[in-house]
Design a binder for this molecule. Sequence first.
Ligand SMILES: *Cc1c(COP(=O)(O)O)cnc(C)c1O
Length: 454
Amino acid sequence: MVKSKILLEESELPQAWYNILPDLPKPLEPFLHPATGKPISPDDLAPIFPRALIEQEVSMEQWIKIPDEVREIYKLWRPTPLHRALRLEEYLKTPARIYYKNESVSPPGSHKPNTAVAQAYYNKMEGVKRLATETGAGQWGSALSFGCDLFGLQCTVYMVKVSYEQKPYRKILMHVWGANVIPSPSNKTKAGRSILEKNPDSTGSLGIAISEAIEDAAIHDDTKYSLGSVLNHVILHQTVVGLETKKQLEKVGDYPDVIIGCVGGGSNFSGFSFPFVKDKLSGKKPHLRFIAVEPTACPTLTKGPYAYDFGDTAKLTPLLKMFTLGHDFVPPPIHSGGLRYHGDAPLLSLLCNEKVIEAQAYYQIPVFEAAAIFAHTEGILPAPETAHAIKAAIDEALECKKNREEKVIIFNFSGHGHFDLSAYEAYISKKLEDYEYPEEEIKRTLGYLPKVGV
Ligand SMILES: *Cc1c(COP(=O)(O)O)cnc(C)c1O
């Protein structure tokens, strides 16, 4: 009998996260100070992040112990199931074996609490009273609200105004978990006020909301900032996903040929894939392929330059070397809110630049078609972000069918779509449009990138 659900015991939950830094083919380029352009020191980050997370950001230890308190909370929903997508395989009539790791079973419905809980824990340990963060559609905001609530921390979420007004349900979820949610741009910060002076009707962007949250943390002693993706420590925490997946595949004696995930800032893809990237980098699995999937409307990895850029609009963050569409990028209105960030994780960017990882972009209508096929065969309604990974997995499986190949394809099911029903409504009533970010915009962006001496 083929197993359709591969489960782990609570005792098999990983004891340590995997840190890829010491295993990289090239060292990561340093973060640069936004004002001086010189490499930053840990002290520069101390006003906004707790010590423990700054240490993790630059650690060269391959394994970092998951604190017992964090493991205990992980057990609310972890280990998560690995599913064999038997009904999807049958529907596609593919000889490929398709697996997906189900991160949608967490309380906020995505992979994001894997880092939210860890970050809340380390802040609590260092006496921090409040965390400030940004959120687009509300997935990260709800995950951090949940994490803070568990540790008795206050949580302030700057939510992109257009989502605050048009997507009330995640905002309500944040309120239930005790957070204070502020529409951004707001008049609470200098960054917000300066945007509103120029454009009182600004509907906001992730870049602006990040500026507001960082400023809030920088000027309040009892408050730190928290980021839900992009940074090394976030990816570190997400490796619990890939480590569990590896154990689960061992139980059924399988190993992947192709590993797929969607990319917004890169945390779910990286956390899922890096424990396998380790096998490729060490030469154990030279033919293993990795596909990072993004929307054509925000084609960071497929079209952006690999360059130093700011993480936010107000240029408060350090400069990161990454694939980027420019810090003033305003994304077209697609329904995958979580995939509309202008940059990507430096770790993932480096591995893409080294050709260890491939990138692929899809239009949103075929992505929703893939989501509908998935819901029809496997039952779960995917988040629109997750559906990008499903689309790529289906394409790979159809390629296997054409070539009569029995490959093993695995993807990360990063979250469910229960809060995205208005997007599905638009899909069903044929109101979705396909967007491609214009080439001229990408060229214009290049002109705006900060000049650094590297
Ligand atoms: C936030 C989110 C993403 C994108 O963020 P990454 O950091 O790239 O993982 C993808 N899927 C879901 C369900 C999300 O909530």
